[in-house]
Design a protein around this ligand. Sequence first.
Ligand SMILES: NC(=O)c1ccc[n+]([C@@H]2O[C@H](COP(=O)([O-])OP(=O)(O)OC[C@H]3O[C@@H](n4cnc5c(N)ncnc54)[C@H](OP(=O)(O)O)[C@@H]3O)[C@@H](O)[C@H]2O)c1
Length: 276
Amino acid sequence: MVKGIKHKVTLNNGTEMPVFGLGVWKSEAGTETENAVTWALETGYIHIDTASLYKNEDSVGKAVKESGIPREQLFITTKVWNTDQGYKSTLKAFDDSLEKLGMDYVDLYLIHWPNGDLSVKTWKALEEIHSQGRSKAIGVSNFMVSHLDEFLPHCNVKPAVNQVEFHPYLQLRELQSFCQTNGIQLEAWAPIMKGHVSEVKELIEIGEKYGKTPPQVTIRWELQLGVITIPKSVRQHRIVENADVFDFELSATDMEVIASLEKNYRYGMDPYNFDF
Ligand SMILES: NC(=O)c1ccc[n+]([C@@H]2O[C@H](COP(=O)([O-])OP(=O)(O)OC[C@H]3O[C@@H](n4cnc5c(N)ncnc54)[C@H](OP(=O)(O)O)[C@@H]3O)[C@@H](O)[C@H]2O)c1
C-alpha cells in the first residue's frame, strides 16, 4: 500500500527511495526548472530526477538549496551521459554533476543508456563513487533483459534501480519480472506517455469513476504495480495534479483494464537501436 507522496521503498542496498518524484527532462535551465522544483517541493515532492544531459542540474540544486529543506530529507537522482561513459570520464562527469548541483552527494547515480563493454568500465566508476558514499545508490537506465544478462556478471555491486520507458502502452512484462527476481527496482520514465494518456478512452473512463484525470489514474497504476514514477511538468497546476494520487485505490478490474492497453509502443528511443 502506497501511503503518500513521501512513501519510500527500500532498495537492494538498504537505501530508501521515494516512489514518486518530479522529472525535469526538457525543463529549461533557469527560471523554468527552478520554479518547477520549487512548486514540487512546496507540494510535498521529495524526489527530483535530473541528468547531466538535461543541462539543468544547477537549477535543480539552486531550487533545492533555496527551499531550506534539509538535504537528507530529499532524494536526488542524476545520470552519466553516453559521451562521458568510461572509468575516468565518468568520475570526472560525476564531479561536474555534483558541482553543478551544489551538493556533496546524490542519492542515485545512473548509467543513462547501455553501451556494452564501455558500460562495465563506467560501472566500476559508479561502484567507486558508491563506496565513497558520494552516491547512496547506483543503477542503470534503459537496460533491457539482454543488456542486464550481459552486464550483471561484471558487477560487484548490483544495480539498485533500472529506469526505463514504461507506461500503459509499454509494460515490459519480461523486464518487470527479471528485475523483481534480481532485486532491481524498476522506475518509469515517460510515465504518462508524454501527456498522451489524456487521449486514451479507457483511462478517461476509469478516471471518471474515481474523479481523477488520466495522468492521475496512470500514475496510481504505476504505484500500485510497485514501479517508481517521475512525471514531468513545468506547470504548477499539473505538478499539483500529478501528486494528487494518494487518496484512492484502483480496483483489480481497473488494473486489468490498464494492463490490457499494452501495445509495445515507445515514445522514446529503443534501447536496442538508438543513435546517440
Ligand atoms: N532515463 C532516460 O533515458 C529518460 C528519458 C526520458 C525521461 N526521463 C525522466 O523521466 C521523466 C518523465 O518523463 P518525460 O518527461 O519524458 O515524460 P512524461 O512525464 O510522461 O510527460 C511529460 C509531458 O507531459 C506533460 N504533462 C505533465 N503533466 C501533465 C498532466 N497532468 N496533464 C497533461 N499533460 C501533462 C508535460 O507538459 P508540461 O511540462 O507542459 O506540463 C510534458 O510535456 C523526465 O522528465 C526525466 O526526468 C528519463
